[in-house]
Design a protein around this ligand. Sequence first.
Ligand code: IMP
Ligand code: ZN
Length: 379
Amino acid sequence: MTDPVIDNDATRRIIDADFTTALPKTELHAHLSGSISRETLSSIWQTKKSQGDDGALALGDPAIALKPSGSFPTILSFFQIFNEYIYNLVNDRESISYATKSIAEDFRRDGVRYLELRTTPREIPTAGISRENYVQIVLDALGQYRNDQVQMKAADHIGIQLILSIDRTMTPSQAHEIVDIASKYMSRSRAPSTTIPPPSVIALDLCGNPTKGDVGTFTSAFRRAKAFGLKLTVHFAEVPASSTEEELRTLLSWRPDRLGHAIHIPPDLKDVIKKQKLGLELCLSCNVLAEMTQGGFKGHHFGEWAATECPVALSTDDVGVFESSLSNEYLIASREFGLGREEVVQLARGAVAAAFAGRERMERLIGDFERVEQIPSSL
Ligand code: IMP
Ligand code: ZN
């Protein structure tokens, strides 16, 4: 856990884990299968082993699988964790549902009050699960979790919406299938939002190994999604190989609403992004630990973008793998970029501005937090 930071503003109050945990936060870039904690994976593994599941017996301890070479994976070894381990363990209705609810609870406990969780609809023939079934299972689990919160009148509740991811290795027809599913499960309700709105699909994402695939093959799928009224976010300029002028211009031609990572961007395209004030999902620990950026935390491009008018949403990406919660990411930002309490609260507001939904409720929660913590909301 990161050391507490003494704020240099007038209040001289400490910014510590209690402060960043209590801060009502918005998480906009979290992959479902990458957000499953080690404890949850372990519990699924133990249960399957005790049932004599041969697949689970062959898989080995999740703690070792998550750190294949004894340390955090780099962007090069990262994708194997999913393909060789997590997808083989979390591979039936029960485990997907359990993992989804556990993730919701983990984010809630960390003080996240609004979450846009993303996942790639996975076909699992061994369990008779189609891509659409997968989305139903996740939405059902989120719906049950939401109903439990409503019933318990939980004070610190979390609202969750779903983003469907298209993987770069998919075919165009698989991408269109996901657009069809997204359109079927998006909310068309214009009813006034309840305290915790029920989960539905709100957006489409492009993710997956950035050294693979040709993004141009997905243009028609993403254009169709936009026409259906879905919001768009894309993994953008993650590694040099996926940062060619051609690829980035293709992605921007889809008119995405937000960009994930946004690391290796040439200056002319930075100007386009600034002009359009696109929302940016920036992941400090993931980028630094997976060696996607240079110069440690202080060298992270968060510093550059935080000074622009683009709303920045600090995000975890894969908290199950990189073990840094969103409240810890705020603590790191405070420590490494010298942010005082007002600036940290302001950062949380930036994420709200980039959210696809839930803004009104989050503004209210952050306003209440400011009053309790006696932070002037003058900024
Ligand atoms: P899922 O979509 O819920 O199965 O979450 C895991 C998937 O998210 C992985 O298989 C990757 O395709 C994708 N993913 C997770 N982190 C990253 C990232 O940093 N860059 C690109 N794709 C990612
Ligand atoms: Zn990601």
